[in-house]
Design a protein. Sequence first.
Lengths: 197, 748
Amino acid sequence: MTIVPKRLAVKFNLKREPRIQPDDLAPIFQRWIQEHTVDGMLIDVIDYKHVPEGPGVILIADEGDYGYDLSDGQIGLQYIRKRDLPDNLPDALRLTFRQALSAARQLESEAPGDLAFDYLSAKITFLDRMRYRNTSERFDELHDEISSALSGIYGASVRLERCYDDPRFNFALRSTVNGDLPADDVVEGLTKNLTPV
Amino acid sequence: MTTWKEQLADQIPETMGILIDTYEAQIELRKQGKLDEKVFAEQRLRKGAYGQRYDNGQRHDGVQTRQLSYPSGELVKGPDTLWDAPGMQRIKIPYGGLTARQLEVLSELADEYADGILHITTRQDIQLHYVHIDDTPDLMRRLAAVGITTQEACGNSVRNITACTLAGVCHDEVFDVSPYAEAMTQFLLGHDDVQDFGRKFKVAFSGCAGHACGLVKMHDLGLLAQTRDVDGEIVRGFTVFVGGGLGTVPHQAKVLVDFCSEEQLLPLTQAVSRVFARLGEKKNRNRARIKFLVAKLGIDEFRRLVQEELETVPHDDRHTAYLDSLGDFTYEPAKAGMSLNGTAMPDGFANWYQTNVYHQAQHGYSAITLHLPLGDFTAQQGFHLADIARRFVGDNIRLSVEQNIVLRWVADADLPAIYRELHAIGMGDAGAGTIVDITTCPGTDTCKLGIASSRGLTAELRTRLIERINLLPDAVRELKIKVSGCFNSCGQHHVADIGFFGNSRRSGNHKMPHFQVVLGGQWHENAGSYGLAVGAAPAKRVPDVLEALTNRYVAERAEDESFQSWVKDLGRKAIKAMLQPYMQLPSFDDQPEYFSDWGDSRVYTIDDIGVGECAGEVVSLFSLEIAKAESTHFEALLALDDGNFHLADEQAYKAMVLAARALVRTKYLDVGDDYDNIVNEFRSRFYDTELVYDRFAKGKFARYLFKRHDQIPNRVNEDYAHQMMDETQLFIENIHTAEQRINGVIVS
Ligand code: SF4
C-alpha cells in the first residue's frame, strides 16, 4: 500500500477573475473563525497577498489550512491537510477533496455569482519530498492508484498530468475529468461521493 | 520506511547530528513528562524553535476569547505553551550569507513544514511560521545537511552574528569583515562560556564607521574594522563597542577597546562573555542584557574586569587558527566582470537601476538588492532565485538587515538580463533602500508580545507610498521607515527617520490600536543616534501622520537639510502640536473602524497578548547541562530497546560523564570536554569531599561512574547493558540531589 504523504493539498481554481479582491478575504475568514463555518480547530488568519503568486490569505487550522491561494498565477481555494490523514492514499485524497470542496462551496456563497470554482479540475499537491519526489518515474508508479482513487471520488474517469517538471518542486498533479460531462452533474456526483457515510 | 535521519546520515556533520538527536530525545522525554517544561523550553529556544501567538490555547475572535483545544491536551512545550500550537522556527544565517543550494533547501522546508513563506528578519535570519514542534528535528536535519544550524538561534545565547551586506565588495570598507564574522560564529557556537547568560547576546561586524550597514552601535558587542600602522606594518583589528541595544530603553554602545588586533578578537570576545555570564543579571530578565551591566558598572570598571578576565582565558588554538585561512575566504563570481554597454534596457529597468544597484569596488561588477515586501518571499520564488543566482552570481547571496536579498558579483553587462528574470518572478521591484522599503517586525500577526499590527500598517503605508513614489520629492523618497509591533524594537524603529511602535489607548470602554511616533533616529554611522518619541496616534491615522510630517519637512527644510536636523530644530513640542489633530480618540459609536487594526476585521483587543519567549527561560546552567545527560540516557535506553547493547553502554557512560560535568561546572566552568579531566575533577571536588554522598548509600552511585570510566567492558551483553542503564539512572538522580543540597535549592 502506498504510504500517504506528510501533507496533502487540493486546490480548485476560480473559473474567472472575480470582482472580490484578496483584501476582502481576511474579514471573511475571520468571520468563519467566529462562526466556526468550516471544519477543524480554526486558529488564525494570515495575509500574504503582498507576495506575488503566493499563498494569498490563509485560514490556519490545526488539522489543515484553507487558503485563498494565488500561486501559479491562478486564484483558487486550496485546502492543505497537515495531520491526521487516513493511512491509505484513496481515503487521504477523499478527505482532502471533501474539505476543499466544502470550503470552496462555502466561499462561493459569500459572493454568489462572482466566485465560481471549476470543480472538474483540481491541483493535488503531495507535500512530502521524502516519499513523493517530483519525477516522472514516481508519477508512473503512482498514476494508476491515484487515478483510480479520483475516479471513485468523481464517479467518472480522470486524466492526470504533472504540474511541474522541476524535480525540486512539490510532486503536484492536475486532475481533469474526462469527456464532456455536464459540470453540474459532476459536482453533484462529487458532493455525493464525498459525503461521509 | 526511510527517514530523513537515515537518508541524510552521511551528509550531516557529526556534532550537528548529535545535537539534533539529543533534541529529539528531549522532545520524547518532555512528551513522557520526564523533562521539566522550563528546561525543555530553554532547550527548544536554543534550537530556534519559538512560540507563536495563541500558543497558550486562547484566541480572541473579535467577539469573545475562545479556548483552542489542541489534540495533545495539556501537554506543553514550555510554560503556557501548548504542544500542538504552531510555532516559529528561526534559522541562523551567519552574516546573511547563503548558497544557492541552501536557498533551495530553505524553500523546500517552507512549503513542507510551514506556510510556504520564507521571512527575512532584521538579524539576517530566516524565519518559518506555523511549524509544528514534532517536525522540527527533521527540519533541522535537512538544514544541517547543507551546513545550516538553528543552534542558539533564540534563547539566552549568542544570536546570529550579523555583518554588512556589502562586506567584501564595498568601496568604503577598511577590509572585508565576513571571514571574521564566520570565525566568530564557529568559535562561539556551543562554546561553554556563552551558555550561562541571563539574556540574549547580539554581535555585529561593520567594515566602516560612516555607513549604517553593520549597526555596531546598537549591539551588545559591535566590531568596527580598523587598521593600524605597527612598526611600519599595517595590521588589522577592530574598535570594540559594548553595551548597545534597542529594546524598551535604547542604549548607545560604548567603546570598550579602541583597537583590538585580529589575534585578540576571539579571546577578548570570550573574556566579555565570561564577565557577562558571571556578573550579568539572571533573575530580572528586564535588566539582564549586557547594556545594563555596562551601565551599572560604568565602562571603565567593565573594561578593567574584561582585561582581568582576559588573563584567565585558557589558551585555545582556535583563537588564532582561523587567521591562517583568511586568504581562503574568496568569492567566486559566476561570470567575468563586464561593463554595461549598449544592451537594450527593459521597461522599468531605469528606476530599478537607480535604487537597487550598487557598483562594487571590483570593476565591472554590481551588487543588486531584491526589495521584498515585508521581508517575505515564497518557496517557488526561492527555487527560481536559486537558478538565477547560479546563472549570474554563483553562491554570492546575502540576506540584509533591511529584510531584503542582495545578489553580489553580477557582471554589469548582465544587469538588464537579471532584472528581466527577477521581474518575471516578482522580485524585480524598484525602491530598495527608499521610503517604500519599510522594515517591520512580525507584530500581532504571529508574535506573542505584539500590541499592534506592524505588518498590517507596513503593508498599508507601502501600498500608498508606491502609488505616489514618482511624485515624492527626493528628500522624502530617501527617508527610512521602520515599524515594531511593540516597544521591544524588533523592527528597529529607534534608528529610522520615522519609526513607529505599537501600543494601545482606551476610548470609552474600548481599546484602540495605536502607534507611538519616533522621529529622527539615525541609520547612518552605524545607527549613530536614536529617535525621539513624540506621541501616539491611532493606527488608522498613521498614514495621515506620515503625510503631514513629510509635507511639512519638504516645505520647511533648508537646502540639503537632513530629516534628523529638521526634527531637532523643530523640537518635540512643535512636532507634537503638529501631530495633535491626528491623536484625538474618536468614540466607538462615531468611528468604529478605528477600533480594528490594519488588516484585521476583528474589534481590537489586547487579550491575545501572551508571555514572550524573546528572553528565553532563565534556567540555571546546571539544569541545562543535566538535561543533556538525561537525554543521552534516554538515547541509551532506545539503543537497548533496539538490541544495540554496545551503543547503549557507550551512551550510558557518556550520560554519566555529562551528569558529572554538569555538577563540576557549577564550581569550575572551564572543565572542558575531556572525560579524564571531568572524572578527576568530579572525584576531587565532590567524591573525596563526600559532597555527593547519599545519606544511606554513601559514595556508591559515584563509584558506578568510576568503575565504568576505569574499565571498558570486554563484552557487552543484554544483562550488562541493563545494569548500566539502572546505574546511570541512579547516578543522575544522585547528581540532582547533590546539586540541590550543595547549591541550597531544596533541602528536604
Ligand atoms: S517588537 Fe514586539 S511585536 Fe515586534 S517582534 Fe518584537 S516583541 Fe514582537
